[in-house]
Each structure stands twice: as structure tokens, then as C-alpha cells.
Design a protein around this ligand. Structure first.
Ligand SMILES: CC(C)(COP(=O)(O)OP(=O)(O)OC[C@H]1O[C@@H](n2cnc3c(N)ncnc32)[C@H](O)[C@@H]1OP(=O)(O)O)[C@@H](O)C(=O)NCCC(=O)NCCS
Length: 163
């Protein structure tokens, strides 16, 4: 699995990947209408394009040796020693194949040692919570609205100090 910086030509594929993976992950808890609403706003090509140009953000894709994009991660630097992992998504039929771990490792390299990485994970998303625990994150005890958006569900906040 290769992880690389995304480019403008990838954005339509990343937008579709996020649309498909959001429906597979959240339809049961948030409902199809809410997921359609959120993903069309958050993951539009225009919005992704703005994020791609942000110098404080890392914007990565994971692709197969054949060049098929199967996963995407993005993180934002909040301060010198703090980074927020804002997205980590792997296509439903590619999950469990190492793409998520490869993307997380690349984001960790980008963030650098000594940084605290923080993320939100929807409270019923037990597989993802297990995945993050396995990668050294722990629940910091806070519960928030996913992405600060009232249309989205509740999330727990997880943190890891990178060493
Ligand atoms: C969570 C996610 C990013 C992990 O990426 P992935 O490519 O599936 O994970 P990996 O293949 O790198 O798996 C790493 C480990 O986590 C475990 N794991 C991953 N996904 C799992 C799942 N859905 N259920 C149970 N275990 C899972 C694997 O068993 C693996 O352990 P192993 O290496 O000992 O076998 C991916 O499954 C995903 O996109 N899920 C849906 C969207 C989501 O919830 N994103 C996170 C939002 S905060």
C-alpha cells in the first residue's frame, strides 16, 4: 500500500470515497438523509480543494500498486505541539487490508515527535474506537458534537502523545 500527498486530480475520487464510506459507516446511526446532507457539504470537491491548499494541513491518499485510491486521511496542525486528525477513511471493501494503519503512520510522521494527536470518533463506532486504541489512542473523557455540526452524531475525543 502506497501513501502519498493528494493532488487536485484526486479530489473527485476522494469526495466519492468519503461519500461511500460515510454511508457505509453512519447510515445506521445518523440516518441516510443526515449523511447525505453532511457529506455533500463537508466533502464537496470545492471544500476539499480549499483544504488541499492549506499549508497547516496534511492531505493524503492510500493507493494500491495499480494506482487505485482506497483510503484518505487528513490532519490539521492546531499549534506547535498539537495536531487534529480530522479524517481517516478506507473504502468499505478495502477495510482490514492495512490502508488505515499506513495512513495513520504517515500522518504521525507528518505531525512529528512530541506532538499530541487528537481525534473525534462517533460514540457507536466501536471498530474505529478499537482501531485507535490499538494504535495507542485513549479516550480523554470528553464528548462533543461530531465536527461541531448539529446534524452529525455525538463523538468521543481520543488522544495520543507521539513519541
Ligand atoms: C477504521 C479504519 C480507518 C481502519 O482502517 P483499515 O484499513 O480498515 O485498518 P487496518 O487494515 O490498517 O487494520 C488495523 C487493525 O485494526 C483492526 N481493524 C480495522 N478495522 C476493523 C474493523 N472494522 N473491525 C474490527 N477490527 C478492525 C484490524 O484487525 C487490524 O488489526 P491487525 O493488524 O492485528 O489485523 C477503517 O476500517 C475505516 O475506514 N472504517 C470506517 C470509517 C471510520 O470509522 N473511520 C474512522 C472515523 S473517526
Amino acid at each position: 500500500m502506497k501513501v502519498r500527498q493528494a493532488c487536485a486530480d484526486d479530489l473527485a475520487t476522494v469526495s466519492q470515497l468519503l461519500h461511500d464510506t460515510w454511508h457505509a459507516t453512519y447510515d445506521a446511526t445518523m440516518g441516510v438523509e443526515a449523511v447525505n446532507d453532511i457529506t455533500s457539504r463537508w466533502h464537496s470537491v470545492d471544500n476539499l480543494n480549499r483544504q488541499l491548499g492549506d499549508r497547516d494541513r496534511c492531505f493524503l491518499v492510500a493507493e494500491t500498486p495499480q494506482g487505485v485510491i482506497v483510503g484518505h486521511a487528513s490532519a490539521v496542525r492546531q499549534s506547535l505541539d498539537s495536531v487534529c486528525l480530522s479524517r481517516l477513511y478506507v473504502l468499505p471493501d478495502r477495510q482490514g487490508g492495512g490502508a488505515g494503519s499506513a495512513l495513520l503512520s504517515a500522518v504521525t510522521d507528518w505531525a512529528g515527535r512530541g506532538t499530541t494527536m487528537e481525534l473525534e470518533v462517533e460514540i457507536t463506532n466501536t471498530p474505529a474506537i478499537g482501531f485507535y486504541q490499538k494504535h495507542g489512542f485513549s479516550d480523554d473523557g470528553r464528548q462533543v458534537q461530531c465536527g461541531g455540526d448539529p446534524a452529525a452524531g455525538q463523538a468521543i475525543v481520543m488522544k495520543r502523545q507521539l513519541s
